[in-house]
Design a protein around this ligand. Structure first.
Ligand SMILES: [Zn+2]
Length: 161
């Protein structure tokens, strides 16, 4: 299957998430040897867990499924540029490739840390050169899931502000 196929699965996961609360619609799919080993959406609000980002939920599911904590060779697909926590977790998981859709500049600032923590710089600073990262796959479709840079999201949906 192609990267595009898996990113479309991630978009579907994002849409399945809880959109009635402040939970941002982020979807993630983990693929190993061309098979989906986990798929998840953001569950921060449902679980009352600030670490329950789609990527973390997917990694936990993959660990349970594979009965191990390292997924060398796996590819992580995310609809939005992974945050610092999820980038670091990807390093610990031994993930080989990260492919994401919408980039930071395409969405509202509430989705990210205040300072511009760039995922690629972050991985470089962690001295990881064995993890490939590709930005902007189906970027327009992924960005359409989120408030745009100039939108004014309802107060109750705003995170990080
Ligand atoms: Zn994250």
């Amino acid at each position: 299957m192609t990267d595009e196929h898996y990113m479309r699965l991630a978009i579907e996961m994002a849409k399945q998430g809880d959109r009635t609360s402040r939970c941002s619609p982020i979807g993630c799919v983990l693929v190993l040897n061309d098979a989906v080993i986990a798929q998840a959406h953001n569950e921060v609000e449902q679980r009352c867990d600030p670490t329950a980002h789609a990527e973390i939920v997917a990694m936990r599911a993959a660990g349970t499924h594979l009965k191990r904590s390292r997924f060398q060779g796996a590819v992580l697909y995310s609809t939005l540029q992974p945050c610092g926590m999820c980038s670091m977790a990807s390093i610990w998981a031994g993930i080989s490739r990260i492919v994401y859709g919408a980039q930071r500049h395409q969405v509202h600032q509430m989705y990210f840390e205040d300072r511009d923590l760039d995922t690629i710089d972050f991985l470089r600073d962690a001295y990881k050169d064995d993890i490939a990262i590709e930005a902007g796959l189906l970027a327009e479709e992924c960005a359409a899931l989120y408030y745009g840079p100039d939108d004014d999201p309802p107060r109750e949906e705003q995170a990080n502000l």
